[in-house]
Design a protein around this ligand. Structure first.
Ligand code: R5P
Length: 294
């Protein structure tokens, strides 16, 4: 097995290769003056199982193209099996038709990945499991929630309240609760499908005087988290922290979240950022070791 270091997840790829104890392959990567990507694998991969580590956070279209170019180069180079580790899987939020005339974007992405020669996909906390059921090849999602929850335990938090900002993240806080040992609950969120405007309604739980950690899979504009933080402050929460797997943090989302009364944002290196304090390397390398020995 060999780990190919995708240009957007080089550090994570290096950590994974070190933990699995396999060789790394660098990718020569450049963008031509017209915007097109060029990639070249720096080592031969003939008859090897290769693992491409490449996230697809914004600019997701560019990164998806890089991923499929790398996969194709690996297959052309004679790789036996191509496993794509894509910590943040772009387009997984459009996993169904919400409004007439839309497409199911994730299905299109799945077909594109297959056409490039990818044999298996490993992602992390995919926005919806349903998104993966339509994949024409094996695709699975690992959960980074225990790792995120452990970060708080290591930092001395005692039985904090774990809150999901919407019902979709309920499974996330139930998982976090197992590590944190406190209570958990969720808010009700409505998003206007035309404007993207988020409304968060009160849940039926008591957080007065509590330290609360809001867990979510993705922070994009920060609207969801800010709505949750406002709600928690109104309910008398003592302190509000945020944990998320994929800190996209578009624009000035980080500043606005902190200004809404959040103490700290903890993210993973699924999307490298200034809040990526938890690495996915142990989680992903564990899975790869399992595959390698099977
Ligand atoms: C949506 O259901 C997701 O779980 C996140 O809550 C959402 O993508 C976050 O987006 P934003 O930060 O723009 O509110």
């Amino acid at each position: 097995m060999r780990v190919i270091l995708g240009p957007s997840s080089k550090e994570l790829g290096q950590k994974i290769a070190a933990l699995v104890k396999v060789e790394e392959t660098l990718v020569t990567f450049k963008t031509f003056s017209d915007g097109e990507s060029y990639i070249r694998l720096e080592d031969p991969v003939k008859n090897e199982d290769v693992v491409i580590v490449e996230t697809t956070s914004p600019p997701q279209d560019k990164k998806l193209i890089n991923l499929v170019l790398i996969a194709d180069a690996a297959k052309r180079g004679g790789a036996r099996k191509v496993i794509a580790v894509v910590p943040y899987l772009a387009y997984s939020r459009q996993d169904r038709v919400f409004l007439n005339g839309e497409t199911v974007s994730i299905n299109v992405i799945a077909r594109m990945l297959m056409a490039s020669g990818i044999d298996k996909l490993i992602t992390v906390n995919v926005h919806s499991q349903e998104a993966l059921t339509s994949f024409p090849f094996p695709a699975e999602s690992l959960s980074a929630i225990p790792l995120l929850a452990e970060y708080f335990i290591k930092n001395g938090f005692e039985k904090p309240f774990a809150l999901a900002p919407d019902k979709g993240a309920k499974y996330i806080v139930e998982e976090a609760k197992k590590v944190l040992g406190g209570e958990c609950g969720y808010l009700e969120k409505q998003r206007d499908r035309y404007t993207g405007q988020v409304n968060v309604n009160e849940g039926s739980f008591n957080v007065k005087g509590e330290v609360v950690i809001v867990f979510d899979d993705i922070i994009s504009t920060g609207g969801t988290i800010m709505g949750a933080a406002k709600n928690l402050k109104n309910q008398g929460a003592k302190k509000v922290y945020v944990a998320c797997v994929h800190p996209l943090l578009i624009g000035d989302a980080k500043r606005r979240i902190l200004e809404s009364g959040v103490e700290e944002i903890i993210g993973t290196d699924s999307v490298p950022s200034c809040v990526s304090k938890v690495s996915l390397a142990p989680l992903i390398s564990g899975k790869l070791k399992e595959l390698d020995s099977g």
